[in-house]
Design a binder for this molecule. Sequence first.
Ligand code: MG
Length: 299
Amino acid sequence: MNTNRRDFIKTTAVTAGMMGIGSIASACAAPAAAPKPELKLSFQESTPPGSNLNEKFDYMEKMGIVGFEPGGNGLAGRVNDIQQALRGRKIKVSAICAGFSGWLIAEDEAKRRECMETSKEIMAAGGELGSTGMILVPGFNGQQPSLQMPQAREVLIEQLKELGDFAVKHNTTLILEPLNRSEAWFLRLVADAAAIARDTETPGITCLGDFWHMTREEISDYGAFMSGGKYLRHIHIASRERRKMPGEDGAADNYVDGFRALKELNYQYYVSFECGTAGNREETVPAAVKLLREQWKKA
Ligand code: MG
């Protein structure tokens, strides 16, 4: 974001507050009683070294990683194992990464139904694990034939209402993830995901901001996260040119502006690694963690 735009948003917020119609910040921020935001880092299962969950969790605990993001595929059969491995640890399940089949904007109703049913099974398991939510992409470019706008959005929202109510019953949410255009034209902006979540009128639908996809699609990290506002439930992070560990792409890997938005939003959830590495994991993972903590302090 350039300085002019940042100043414009600040000025607009102040003016709106003075006019008694509520500021942008107060419209977006979590309730005042929420604790001060801190950088809660999370790893997907493939991020830490280790040959089993216990080895991976031992490694994560040594580094102060407090979130774990397992894949959703087969999750119902793993609930016990994951609960056992987490027992007595500070690590919690941050989010569940996809794992469903079918897709919600399919022309074929059977494919939409398949997505609903498999997503519910994963959300029920995620709820048992205390997950903040299950990540879902409404439709990838390769999933065809898909419905077109505006019907696609209307059909999606009807299904999300049902999924959102199901999520609430299971103490979790469904997290919509915008991707970049090479993967999914249908949903590319955090603001669009948040607007869809709003239109479902259920607290069970939330959204995600992924720095990797945002690099290509968003005007600014700050603006993107602010546009997610109270619907923002999870963050994915990677290096910004090759989707490796943060820091592996050098100066391009600057997350300060996005972190500043998370602080202003009083964001209470996780920032989760979704990336590979071009180097030695034993070196690149700790270096990435160190970099992100430094940048969080600067934000
Ligand atoms: Mg992602």
